[in-house]
Design a protein around this ligand. Structure first.
Ligand SMILES: O=C(O)CCC(=O)C(=O)O
Length: 370
């Protein structure tokens, strides 16, 4: 690990990195669009909507039934099973830990083959159960309240494999737009962060910096945290650039199974370390208006779920899945020339080129500008 001071290019002017801009766009993040005339199932209360726009987040409790989320839990178990098979077939592990359940098995794989949690993160393809969750009618009713009548799924989604005590899945403060391209800075991308168990302070629930979106600004991030590929936002910078009051505005948000957290692409957030004995599985799904740029380096587009102009009977999943964004990142931004080792746990992506690299590790070393 090494640290670089900010380089100077000419005279006293510090070098600007592509992610750094001066413009601010507060209005799209604090202004509620005209609300749907109809009352629809699942819609946020006025208080929740107001909190979402005023404070940059809201927690929705008791939204999904266990029956609605069980297919996602089953898909995760299946993904872990597939990974165990792959590792076993390749001789990387000698046992598959089949007797362990959803909240333990990946930890056992991780002990037997460190980096298993990264492999699962890296290789995920969206199962049908997650597609259904993403276009759940009640969730889309909420998205209409936040985004207006045009609602599309944003191409960035993640199943979080937060195994206990793992630095690889310890996510520091950031605004999501720090991962996206600058075209994402001027419009709302709404995220639902949905846990697959009770998310608690002990197992690594989320924290948000309330009001951090109000300036409409993406603050200066750095790359990359500890041994990871994650961008990071210092508390000092949150204070200085986003007016976050560190004493008052940092909120820890435990969420019961069936609930979720809503925030936006410039709400500063992080998750706590998982000190429990269970894996804190969660998914983050995103939506925006299809009229805006996807902010995704032209790698892939979103998928239309609702439109005022036409009825969408079935989202065009075929088109959406014709682009495997994680595979494209790896090919386009990875300096390695040979065929990718399927058990390689390096992750690179376009965000690494957007910020000053103050901490070098194998992920930053592997990065090449696309
Ligand atoms: O799930 C986590 O640990 C972090 C999630 C996150 O940073 C996000 O959804 O943007």
């Amino acid at each position: 690990m090494s640290t670089n001071k900010k380089r100077k290019v000419s005279g006293e002017k510090p070098q600007r990195f592509p992610g750094e801009v001066d413009d601010v766009h507060p209005l799209p993040f604090i202004t509620m669009p005209p609300q749907p005339k109809e009352k629809k199932p699942g819609q946020l209360s006025e208080k929740q909507l107001k909190q979402y726009f005023d404070e940059g987040y809201t927690v929705v409790e008791d939204f999904f039934t266990p029956e609605e989320l069980q297919p996602c839990r089953d898909s995760i178990s299946q993904m872990v099973d597939n990974l165990a098979d792959k590792l076993h077939q390749a001789g990387k592990i000698t046992e598959k830990f089949e007797e362990y359940g959803l909240f333990q098995r990946l930890t056992k794989l991780e002990e037997a083959y460190p980096g298993s949690n990264i492999l699962l993160f890296k290789s995920q393809k969206m199962p049908k159960s997650f597609q259904n969750l993403w276009c759940n009618e009640r969730l889309l009713n909420i998205m209409e309240q936040i985004l207006g009548p045009e609602v599309a799924g944003h191409p960035v989604w993640n199943l979080r494999t937060k195994t206990p005590n793992s630095r690889a899945v310890d996510i520091p403060w950031h605004q999501d737009s720090a991962y996206f391209s600058n075209e994402s800075y001027d419009h709302m991308i709404a995220t639902a962060w949905i846990p697959f168990l009770d998310a608690t302070e002990e197992n690594g629930c989320m924290q948000v910096a309330r009001n951090g979106h109000r300036k409409g600004k993406v603050a200066t991030h750095q790359c990359c945290a500890g041994p990871t590929w994650y961008v990071m936002l210092e508390e000092e910078e949150m204070k200085k650039t986003l007016d976050v009051d560190i004493e008052k505005d940092i909120l820890t948000l435990p969420i019961k199974y069936g609930g979720f957290l809503l925030f936006n692409n410039i709400t500063p957030h992080r998750s706590l370390m998982n000190y429990s004995n269970e894996i804190r599985w969660s998914v983050d799904l995103r939506w925006q208006s299809p009229k805006h740029h996807w902010g995704f380096y032209d790698i892939g587009e979103g998928v239309l779920f609702r439109s005022a102009e036409k009825e969408i009977k079935e989202p065009d999943w075929e088109k959406f899945f014709s682009v495997d964004r994680k595979e494209i990142w790896q090919k386009k931004y990875f300096a390695q020339k040979d065929e990718m080792d399927p058990f390689d746990t390096t992750i690179t992506g376009p965000w690494i080129g957007r910020w000053e690299v103050v901490n070098h590790n194998k992920h930053t070393d592997a990065f090449k500008p696309g």
